[in-house]
Write a protein that binds this ligand. Structure first.
Ligand code: G16
Ligand code: MG
Length: 212
């Protein structure tokens, strides 16, 4: 039976993917090329520096380590600038109701995000207080698809992997959950999230009783 639910942030709780895309696109444009929405899919759930490497390879641009750090910092400034306009209304439909349901059924809640900005974002949409533990990019030594992010979450909560369900919108995140031995619920399209145990379009049509 499920005792803990671990949630990805971007694309599951809030749609910050559009802001990541805008900020990365500006960086690419500054370097003289463009990135498509399809190429942006590959960046979901992937850390900031790994995302930068993918983008540079798309543009065929070579930078020094120092230049890479400066570009990544600049991207993050733009990203946070875009995030500033976020309010609790930006929480994806049904998420708040679903979490309330989990809470009243004594299910533990954890965050499992690659983002180093996770706490700031959860605060601005007033969702931080739902979580019994937060695992974010600041704690990780290995990014998704490595299982570390969800293993740390389960460990914090004192719940075995077989009692954890993970909600993820990224292919790398589903792989991470499966590698951790957890029940992986994809949020998005079944054609993309083929390795998930179950795929839902969003939380509006999903409730606590569907977890059994
Ligand atoms: C998120 C996004 C990724 C982003 C990563 C790092 O992961 O999906 O696109 O590159 O975080 O974010 P930051 O630059 O804010 O540290 P997740 O795991 O929440 O989907
Ligand atoms: Mg995500």
């Amino acid at each position: 039976s499920i005792k803990a639910c671990l949630f990805d942030l971007d694309g599951v709780i809030v749609d910050t993917a559009k802001y990541h895309y805008l900020a990365w696109r500006e960086l690419a444009n500054d370097l003289g090329f463009d990135i498509s929405l399809e190429q942006n899919e590959r960046l979901k759930g992937i850390s900031r520096m790994e995302s930068l490497e993918i983008i540079l390879s798309i543009g065929g641009v070579v930078l020094t380590e120092e230049e890479k750090l400066a570009r990544a910092a600049e991207k993050n400034r733009r990203y946070l600038e875009l995030c500033k306009q976020m309010t609790p209304g930006d929480t994806l439909p049904g998420v708040r109701r679903f979490m309330e349901e989990l809470k009243s059924n004594r299910i533990l809640l954890g965050l499992g995000s690659a983002s180093k900005n996770a706490t700031v974002i959860l605060n601005s949409i007033d969702m931080l207080h739902y979580f019994d533990t937060i695992v974010d990019g600041n704690r990780l030594t290995r990014g998704k698809p490595d299982p570390q992010v969800f293993q740390l979450g389960a460990e914090d909560l004192g719940v075995g992997a077989e009692h954890c369900a993970v909600f993820e919108d990224a292919v790398a995140g589903i792989q991470s959950a499966k590698a951790a031995g957890m029940f992986a619920i994809g949020v998005g399209a079944p054609s993309v999230l083929t390795e998930a145990d179950l795929v839902i379009p969003g939380f509006e049509t999903f409730s606590y009783t569907d977890l059994h």
